[in-house]
Design a protein around this ligand. Sequence first.
Ligand code: SAM
Length: 173
Amino acid sequence: MWPRPPRATPVGSSRRCWESTDSDGVDPSPWEEHAGWWQQEFTDGADPEYEEQILPLVEHHLEGVDRLLDVGCGEGQISRRAAALGIDVVGLDLSASQIIEARRRGGDIGYVRAPADCLPVRDAAFDAVLMCLVIEHLDPFEPAIREMARGPHAGRRGLLLLNHPLLQAPGSG
Ligand SMILES: C[S@@+](CC[C@H](N)C(=O)[O-])C[C@H]1O[C@@H](n2cnc3c(N)ncnc32)[C@H](O)[C@@H]1O
């Protein structure tokens, strides 16, 4: 058995591809507006879809993973579940409110504020990369997928979970 590699930590990117506020001082993440609603209605046991389907599915697919990158981690419910399995986790999200809440809710997890299309991580630094209910919010989504492909070692795991159109509210597009 190989010794376990050192803890996964995000590394500074030489590319500065985003700013935390635009020139008018407005935060560019639309999720700032929704973060409180998400934290109250969908996390920490509040949402049966997470409890009964998403979290068990994620646990199943993370079997054998040592180091996970959780892209668009929100307030960290998947990161915490993965960390409880003994996985070394880094969670990234563009919304400051989500990252602040994720840190407040605790766990031995490295949280970083960063956009999905410019991840401050080295190539092949993880065993697996996960994105859950985030790709629906990205337009275009391709740059994020390209970035995610840099995360795991060749041949390791990528998990993408997204809403079935059946679950969209009528008229939501
Ligand atoms: C529906 S929540 C899902 C949160 C988490 N993945 C979970 O399953 O609990 C969507 C998350 O995507 C994040 N997000 C949206 N656009 C993003 C982007 N361009 N880069 C990084 N995160 C983004 C939001 O801030 C929000 O926390």
